[in-house]
Every structure is written in C-alpha cells, then in structure tokens.
Design a protein around this ligand. Structure first.
Ligand SMILES: *Cc1c(COP(=O)(O)O)cnc(C)c1O
Length: 468
C-alpha cells in the first residue's frame, strides 16, 4: 500500500514511511492511494472475532508489506492486552435505539490509548530495523500527552518531550504524565496556553537546526497509523449490531476530526454506515463547516470538554481532499488561503460529498449537562462531558430510519473529568483501581517560560541525535 499527500507534491511512502514521518513534507497529510474494500461476505466473516484478531484483519491492507500478518497480530495482541476490559471496546445499551461504545478502558482512560498503544509498538518495530532514533515532540491539552507517554515510556530508540500549559490541565491529566519517571520521558510545563505550546512545537518541526540533527516525530492524529487503528472499533460495534446486514449510525465527540474520520474510512471500506454525526461543543468550526460550508476559525472558548476546545481541525483536510475527488492542487490552494486568512469556503462538490455521510450538531453547556443527567437518571450510566456532547447529538438526530441503531462513542472515563461530572449529576466517579495510586506517586517535570529558545535549548540538550 502506497500513501500520497493531500497536497500532492510530497513523495509517496509505504506504511512504515508514513508511520515514522507524521506530516508530509509539503505540509499535507498522508492518505492511502486507494481505499481497500471488503465485500459483504468478507465483512460477515469478521463477526465474533476477538478484538486483536479483528484489528489485524482490518489493518493488514493498510500495513501492506511493512509487517507480516503474523507479526501484526503479535503487535495487536500486545497492544490490546493492556486494556482493562476483555472486549477492549465494550458496547452498552441505553434504550431500544441508543448505544454506548466505551473506548476508555486503556491505561490512561481516554480513547487515545486505542491508537497510541499500537503506535508505540510500531515505532519500536520500525526503528529496530534501521540505524535511527526518534524524538517525539508534542503539545497536549491533556489526553494525548498521557496516552503517548504511556505508549513509549522505556522503549528503545525513542525520546518523548511533551509540553503542557502550566496549571491548565486537570490534576489527573497532569499526574498521568508527570508520574512516569522513565529516562526517555521529558514533561515540560509551559508558562502559557495550549495554543502557545502548540505554536512552539510547530516551529520546532520547521526549524532546520533541530530537524537536521534529530528525527522529530509527531504523535497527534495527523499520524495516519493513529486513524487506521481507530477504524477497527467502528467495525467491532457495527458487527455486534447486525452489520453487514443492518446499517448503523455513529455520534462522535469531535475536535481534530481524527476519530470521526476513522468512521469515514470504515464506510469507504464497505461497512454499511447510515450516518456519522459530528458532535461539537460551542467551539463549533466543524458544525459550521458541515452545515453551511464555512470553515473559518474563531477564538477558542474553554469548556468542560477541553479535548474538543479546538478551532483548527487538522484531519478535516483529509475529508476535503477525498470530497474534492482527490484534487491535491485545490487542497493546497484552499489550505494556503486558510493559513493566511483563517477562512476556507467549501466548494459545492465538497459540501455535497460530505453531506452523503455526515451531519453535525453543536451542544452548549446546558445541553451537555442535560445529556449527562438523562444517562444517569434513565439508565444509571455516568458519562464524561465529551461523551455527553455526542449523546446529546445522537438523541437530537433527525430523519434516521427507525431500525438504525445510534452508537455514541464514549471517549473518556468519567473519572478523568471528575469535577465536571460531579457538578452535573452530584456524584463523583471513582478512579479505576489501575490508576488508583496516581495521587501517591512522585511527579517529575520541568517548568519553562513560554519562549521558543528556552524550549529548543532544553530539547536539544537532552534528545538523542538520529544516528546516535
Ligand atoms: C481527543 C479527544 C476528543 C476529540 O477527538 P478527535 O479525534 O480530535 O476529533 C474527544 N474526546 C476526548 C475525551 C478526547 O481526548
């Protein structure tokens, strides 16, 4: 399988190449040159497989020659063996129509673990074949940082430097990062906002005095391997609900458009998905883009669902590319305009193509709390604020055929956002036993000023050079 850039001028790479590269050299994102497709019979034959086996079968066409089927199965077995639920992503029923897909049974309590546990193993596998070393540099508002650190802590040939905004992540989120004391993990608390941290990371990716010496890598969802791993649970849920003989809808709490794009990929592969509902909080750039064609960034307003407090959705570029008939020149032009003006107008063709599968909805703080209360009062389920936004959208969805089940993706464990849950339903969710001693563990992190030169000096003094 070859991968091409959405902006058309970066070299095509194989799976190993895109996993280690992250962003394409022309600024675009890598996508498979064609979507692999499963027949109805092939999909029916996947029903009932254990998760790790299903994952190998779904991912093999994307991985191609980079891993044998036997080796890929060993890696999926190892990655998903660390989940606390034997089903990995268990499905629960709210009522005759509404379902909940729990994606938070990994080590750091958010769905990011599903992809990052595998990505950590893929990095190690591919680096062991070459004389090379990766330096992961990332900025996090909480969930990506802890999941990425857990996935690569103690692994050979990888360092990770994770920037978080000092004092602006929850205590649970911070401790999940700073109590990992492995030698290859560097936590940095930046005096500034998440956007400041993110801007410094982007600058480092484009700083030749850093990239000439170090193999700088990305772990956010611009990395194709992350999206690929997330395709699996759409199949897992739909198969349990009767696919391929019955259609299913999904409601997805969306920030960077990674998770819901994995649903789009599942549909391209032949999974009969009736609809993908893109649920946003009041930071609603995606709702505006999908409902009116206006993709224009405003300023971020902090909410109780911080992992969705985002105004630029990197992975939306992958949908724009496909929806434009893979016209890379058009995408390069649209993204150039967006970078300069923060405004992008979808073409009619892009709008129509997106409307074939996607609808969108926006939930404000009251609607989010109302969804948490409904789940608790009607069914006894305690859900986190991100999940609540998608549940609101699932229950408000119009025009779905009566026999189509609607699956809400539960992206975080409620205890990760204990304060918000307690203020919504009056009950404080307990941290699961596997992270229960989080508040007794020693923390280690460095505080740095929000200045690029200070961060660059810290990273370059500690990272291992590429061929070192
Ligand atoms: C990252 C995250 C999201 C948003 O996912 P995207 O792939 O960025 O759209 C939603 N909920 C939680 C809890 C998250 O951590």
């Amino acid at each position: 399988m070859k991968y091409v850039s959405t902006r058309g001028t970066a070299p095509a790479l194989d799976f190993e190449g895109v996993t280690l590269a992250g962003l394409a050299s022309d600024g675009g994102l890598y996508v498979p040159e064609a979507w692999p497709r499963f027949s109805t019979e092939e999909i029916a034959a996947l029903a009932g497989l254990p998760y790790a086996q299903l994952a190998q079968k779904i991912m093999q066409p994307f991985v191609g020659d980079s891993l044998t089927p036997e080796r890929l199965l060993e890696l999926t077995t190892k990655a998903y063996g660390r989940f606390a639920h034997a089903a990995v992503t268990p499905l629960k029923q709210f009522d005759e129509r509404q379902w909940l897909l729990e994606l938070f049974h990994g080590p750091t309590l958010a769905f990011k673990d599903v992809a990052l546990q595998l990505l950590g193993l893929l990095f190690e596998e591919f680096l062991s074949r070459r004389d090379d070393h990766l330096t992961i540099v990332g900025a996090t508002s909480g969930d990506t940082g802890s999941a990425a650190i857990d996935a690569v802590a103690g692994r050979a040939k990888v360092d990770i430097f994770m920037l978080h905004p000092d004092g602006r992540v929850s205590d649970v989120q911070r401790r999940q990062m700073t109590t990992v004391l492995s030698d290859n993990v560097y936590n940095i608390a930046i005096d500034g906002s998440f956007d400041d941290a993110q801007a410094m990371v982007k600058r480092m990716f484009n700083d030749a005095s850093v990239t000439g010496q170090f193999g700088i890598a990305a772990v956010n969802s611009i990395n194709w391997a992350r999206l690929m791993a997330q395709v699996v649970y759409y199949f897992a849920a739909a198969l349990q609900l009767g696919a391929p003989h019955r259609k299913v809808a999904f409601s997805v709490p969306t920030g960077n458009f990674g998770d819901v794009f994995a649903g789009y990929v599942a549909a391209q592969m032949g999974l009969p998905i009736e609809r993908l509902i893109v649920a946003t909080n009041i930071n609603d750039i995606l709702h505006r883009a999908l409902s009116t064609g206006d993709y224009s960034a405003g300023t971020v307003t902090p909410t109780a669902a911080p992992s969705m407090d985002i105004q630029v959705s990197s992975n939306f570029e992958r949908l724009l590319f496909d929806a434009a008939g893979r016209d890379a020149a058009l995408i390069a032009q649209q993204m150039k305009t967006f970078d300069a003006t923060k405004v992008l107008q979808l073409t009619n063709a892009q709008r129509e193509a997106a409307a074939g599968l996607f609808t969108s909805a926006r939930a404000d703080a009251d609607q989010m709390v109302a969804a948490q209360r409904w789940a608790f009062e009607a069914t006894g389920e305690v859900i986190d604020p991100h999940t609540a936004i998608a549940l609101h959208a699932a229950r408000a969805a119009q025009g779905l055929p009566a026999d189509v089940p609607v699956v809400t993706l539960a992206t975080a464990h409620p205890a990760k956002f204990g304060d918000a849950v307690e203020s919504a339903i009056g009950l404080r969710p307990e941290l699961p036993a596997r992270v229960g001693d989080l508040f007794e563990r020693e923390e280690r992190f460095e505080r740095l000023p929000g200045e690029y030169d200070a961060v660059k000096a810290y990273v370059t003094a500690r990272a291992t050079p590429r061929h070192g």
